[in-house]
Design a protein around this ligand. Structure first.
Ligand code: 2P0
Length: 331
């Protein structure tokens, strides 16, 4: 059976960095994200007994080895075990944005694979079950099943049945909010998040501070998003991102995701903010800078950002939609 799905990437306003269970992908703290309208993955999955092996084509290129391949195959095995089938699968997937560059391609990718794969395998999962399945593929993918603003609840059970993404506000909740994504460097990053966060826990002397404070950040962020308190959301998002990067930088060996242009944008945002153009930045596991602002300052900021040399692409995003099944297949 064949099915296709589209899932949008999400950017955390309060971050996930560290697992309490590596196999089930259970986080040390909850996180809160905004789904992006412009960045998404489309995936078609076909389970058929006539296939002798699994195959995976990403952005037009065959992926038959390496970590990405292992993760997709592992996820197909998980779907097969849930659906009690042995059929192999053909998977074709396209991202409309750079892969593995700190733009949450694993989030939209694993959410689209979970939705299309479970449907193709004959499973009829609800949103919570889909989020849990997505989480098993990549933690941040648990936040890409629903649109708008989503909380990935940490949960406390050891089997992970209470750790999933739940919408806290719909995509129409805050129409004035923008996230301007600045693509500084589109190549794949050196440190994948999975290895990076494990290394941080193992060696960073400041990680215990993150662990002690990240849950409160997430709980506070959820309330602030519901209240649409822009200044407080922006301040906390920026602080939380810098706190996460402080743990990355003080990991051994160091995990440095920033490039000179990353720094330049951060400095400019602070200067422009002092001039009265209120905006805040957040950065993930890569050099890209995402800027939070309100609609009234969007064009002014984009004009100024256009003057910075070294930004490859600027995309101004609004909150995006839920993941959905598509009737049109990629093959
Ligand atoms: C986040 N990141 O909350 C944080 C901030 C990166 C920095 O979630 O190992 O690709 O597959 O669970 O989900 C990236 O981590 O890692 C991430 P796995 P994932 O968005």
């Amino acid at each position: 059976m064949k099915a296709s799905a589209q899932a949008h990437s999400n950017i955390a306003l309060s971050k996930y960095w560290g697992k309490r269970d590596e196999k089930l992908i259970l986080p040390n703290n909850s996180s809160v994200s905004m789904t992006l309208d412009k960045f998404f993955t489309v995936t078609t999955v076909d389970f058929d007994s006539r296939y002798s092996i699994d195959s995976f084509v990403l952005n037009g290129e065959k992926v038959g080895e390496g970590q990405e391949w292992k993760e997709v195959q592992g996820h197909l095995d998980l779907i097969r075990s849930m659906a009690h089938t042995k059929a192999k699968a053909k998977v074709v997937s396209n991202n409309n944005f750079p892969t593995a560059a700190g733009l949450a391609s694993s989030a939209s990718g694993m959410a689209a694979l979970s939705l299309a794969g479970s449907k193709a395998a004959g499973l009829n999962l609800d949103k919570k079950e889909l989020s849990i399945l997505s989480r098993r593929g990549s933690g941040s993918a648990s936040r890409s099943i629903e649109g708008g603003f989503v909380e990935w609840i940490k949960g406390s059970k050891s089997d992970g049945t209470d750790s999933f993404g739940r919408q806290i506000a719909k995509e129409t909740h805050w129409p004035e909010l923008r996230m301007i994504v600045n693509i500084v460097k589109s190549g794949a990053k050196k440190w994948k998040s999975r290895a990076g966060m494990a290394q941080t826990i193992a060696t960073c002397p400041y990680y215990p501070v993150w662990e002690k404070t990240a849950q409160k950040d997430s709980d506070t962020m959820k309330e602030l998003v519901i209240k649409k308190d822009f200044s407080a959301v922006g301040k906390l998002a920026e602080f939380n991102a810098l706190k996460m990067h402080a743990t990355m930088m003080t990991t051994q060996p160091p995990i440095l995701y920033w490039h000179p242009v990353t720094m330049e944008i951060m400095q400019d945002i602070i200067t422009w903010r002092d001039e009265g153009i209120e905006s805040y930045f957040t950065i993930d596991a890569g050099p890209q800078v995402k800027i939070l602002c309100l609609e009234k300052n969007e064009h002014k900021l984009v004009r100024r950002l256009n003057d910075i040399k070294g930004i490859e692409k600027i995309e101004s995003c609004k909150a995006g939609p839920d993941a959905k099944i598509l009737e049109k297949h990629l093959f």
